[in-house]
Write a protein that binds this ligand. Structure first.
Ligand SMILES: [Zn+2]
Length: 195
């Protein structure tokens, strides 16, 4: 006999009980008043044996964890950090995008907004993931020209824009422009450019 009961569909902020009755599980916030509310929409799940209430999201969403390989897209460049959107966890599916911070220290990363790269999650702090592109598998898998926005072509030891004839040196992955490696990556991720 199962002790977990799949409850009704709840909306974000909906009350699910009180702290005296249940402990807040995944997707549940405890308010100062002692009320437990849903952090997002989904199915309320009451575990009566362990006295935990949680909310199962409507779609299976997995958060990145340290050690995951992810596909990320550059959003904004700052002096020390390349802010990125984590698009996909390899071998999984993300339905929400998370923020990734790729540190620039000593890596000479000449990435620009829109560039798509493979990275490893090396740390997590308050929902922001620190990414690394160390290792030959990691790095740029699709770069774009600063000037005209066209995809860059891989030459012997650099990238080049065929239109502008401009050369780029960036930390690339051995999988550059080989999306067949990323079988689980939705095609939209490749077509999208930074907005
Ligand atoms: Zn160009």
């Amino acid at each position: 006999m199962t002790t977990i009961r799949f409850g009704r569909l709840v909306l974000p902020g909906e009350r699910l009980g009180v702290i005296e009755e249940y402990l807040p599980g995944t997707g549940v916030k405890a308010l100062k008043s002692g009320h437990l509310v849903a952090a997002y929409g989904g199915y309320a799940e009451y575990d009566r044996r362990n006295h935990i209430v949680s909310v199962r999201p409507l779609r299976a969403v997995r958060k990145p964890v340290v050690g995951d390989t992810v596909l990320a897209r550059v959003r904004e460049i700052q002096e020390k950090v390349i802010w990125s959107d984590v698009l996909v966890i390899l071998g999984s599916k993300l339905t929400t995008s998370y923020s990734g911070a790729l540190l620039r220290k000593g890596q000479g990363l000449d990435y620009v907004p829109g560039d798509i790269y493979l990275a490893k999650v090396v740390d997590e702090l308050s929902g922001i993931y620190t990414l690394s592109v160390e290792g030959k598998e990691l790095g740029l898998v699709q770069g774009f020209c600063d000037i005209c926005g066209r995809p860059l072509t891989l030459k012997l030891n650099h990238l080049e824009c065929r239109q502008c004839r401009r050369a780029y040196r960036k930390k690339i992955s051995v999988h550059y422009q080989r999306p067949e490696f990323l079988k689980n990556v939705p095609l939209e991720a490749w077509a999208m450019r930074g907005s």
